[in-house]
Design a protein around this ligand. Structure first.
Ligand code: GUN
Ligand code: ZN
Length: 441
């Protein structure tokens, strides 16, 4: 395989920025380069140094003046909800019952699942997202379609067959036993094939009986390396119903803890309305609170309390939550996350936002040794960001003088149009105008 050098302005994070001027938290090269061999970054640094060290047959791709960063990571979204996005509802439970639980039934069809797996990864890649943790539907076949397509494209994707055995239409429910068996089969078939990672996926407490959460806990014990994903404390009515369904639990968080699910592999979508006790328990367990800003605003769910979560030492992540969320773009998601923190009197520095969408989300998934940075040895999942991609961005760029200003502009005005190129395991992905993504070789 030919080695390849990508030249551009490279930005990669080494740790969570502690302040706006925490320059020690990242490495930035104005004339930087990445040497890519066998799908991985084999060297990163100044262009002059990289080109001097490279030997043999090398292709050089010059992306200047654009920024090269690790591909974005979306740690919470729903594969079967592409046609649910933008559905008019008063709140979470109405939205689930009226649209989501209807739409997801269509993924009983293998053909439908295969079609949407193609569309789903096309859309993620167009938006610069190279890794995601997605909920599939209750149907095992939806997970098969998801992982088959991810493997075909050599993408590092996380996914799980949703476990749900009550409070949903009969066509969308499994049983405690069948959800255990099907998840087990998905793990045996897909875990470790290509770059696939399977997640244990009990949807949320309302749609699982105690027996099913127990089965999920058993799976978590049997497969301690696997991620677990669920929803927590998104909406007041959801919390009230959960308390009715699990009267013995101290609170919503304790429901998951009781079944052995509150671990350092657990991704807790939303995690909005939490007591100090719950935050302390989540921090102690090392679970991750996943901020889903566009969804939380769209469904009127509430404002993520980043400052309090951080004060408790809770690990965090940021995600789109398509189809409750309204954009596939991590740039737009960072923008909305920023605005929510503004409403809470908590101004988040642009470097912290971009850390979160790359290395921070990789750490949340336990994958920072593979993705989320441009460090030597990482998988070469790379995006090229153009901060002057639209007329409005171009005009504003005329007055931008610092990296911080450029990142803030990308976050505030950017979307899929700012993604100039995408590399998956070192291979360029063609982003065509029709929106279809083809893999070039
Ligand atoms: N809670 C349980 N299921 C879902 C879902 O599909 N989306 C959101 N936003 N919340 C949920
Ligand atoms: Zn969700």
């Amino acid at each position: 395989m030919t080695a390849r050098i990508l030249r551009g302005r490279t930005l990669s994070f080494t740790s969570r920025p502690q302040a706006r001027d925490d320059h020690a938290s990242y490495v930035f090269e104005q004339d930087g380069a990445l040497l890519i061999e066998n799908g991985q970054i084999s060297a990163a640094g100044r262009y002059a140094d990289i080109v001097a060290m490279a030997a043999g047959d090398i292709e050089i791709i010059d992306h200047r003046p654009h920024l090269l960063m690790a591909g974005f990571i979306d740690p919470h979204l729903h594969f079967p909800q592409m046609q649910v996005t933008a559905s008019y509802a008063a709140n979470l439970l109405e939205w689930l019952n009226t649209y989501t639980f209807v739409e997801e039934q269509r993924f009983a069809s293998a053909e439908h699942s295969a079609r949407f797996a193609t569309l789903f990864f096309d859309e993620l890649l167009r938006h610069g997202t190279t890794t995601a943790a997605a909920y599939c539907s209750v149907h095992k076949g939806s997970a098969d379609a998801y992982f088959a397509e991810a493997e075909r494209r050599n993408l590092l994707m996380i996914g799980g067959k949703v476990m749900m055995d009550r409070n949903a239409p009969a066509a969308l429910t499994d049983t405690a036993q069948s959800s255990y068996d099907d998840t087990k089969a998905v793990i045996e078939r897909w875990q470790g094939t290509g770059r696939n990672h399977v997640a244990i996926t009990p949807r949320f407490a309302i749609t699982s009986t105690p027996a099913q959460l127990d089965a999920a806990g058993t799976l978590a014990r049997e497969h301690p390396d696997l991620l677990i994903q669920t929803h927590l404390s998104e909406n007041d009515a959801e919390i009230a119903l959960t308390r009715e369904l699990y009267p013995d639990a101290r609170d919503y968080t304790d429901v998951y803890a009781r079944y052995g699910l509150l671990t350092n592999r657990m991704l807790l979508g939303h995690a909005i309305h939490l007591s100090d006790r719950e935050m302390a328990a989540i921090a102690e367990a090392g679970s991750v609170a996943v901020h889903c800003p566009t969804s939380n605003l769209f469904l009127g769910s509430g404002l993520f309390d980043l400052k309090r979560l951080k004060a408790h030492g809770v690990r965090t992540a940021v995600a789109t939550d398509i189809g409750g969320g309204t954009s596939y773009s991590l740039l737009k998601t960072l923008d909305e996350a920023y605005k929510i923190q503004q409403m809470r009197g908590n101004r988040v520095p642009p470097i912290e936002s971009f850390w979160q969408a790359t290395r921070g989300n990789a750490e949340a998934l336990g994958l920072a040794d593979r993705i989320g940075t441009l460090e030597t040895g990482s998988d070469a999942d790379i995006i090229v960001l153009d901060a002057a991609a639209t007329p409005a961005m171009q005009i504003r760029m005329e007055t931008v003088g610092t990296l911080e200003e450029e990142l803030f502009l990308l976050q505030t005005l950017g979307d899929d149009r700012a993604i100039a190129a995408v590399y998956v395991a070192g291979e360029a992905i063609c982003l065509t105008e029709s929106g279809t993504v083809t893999i070039s070789s």
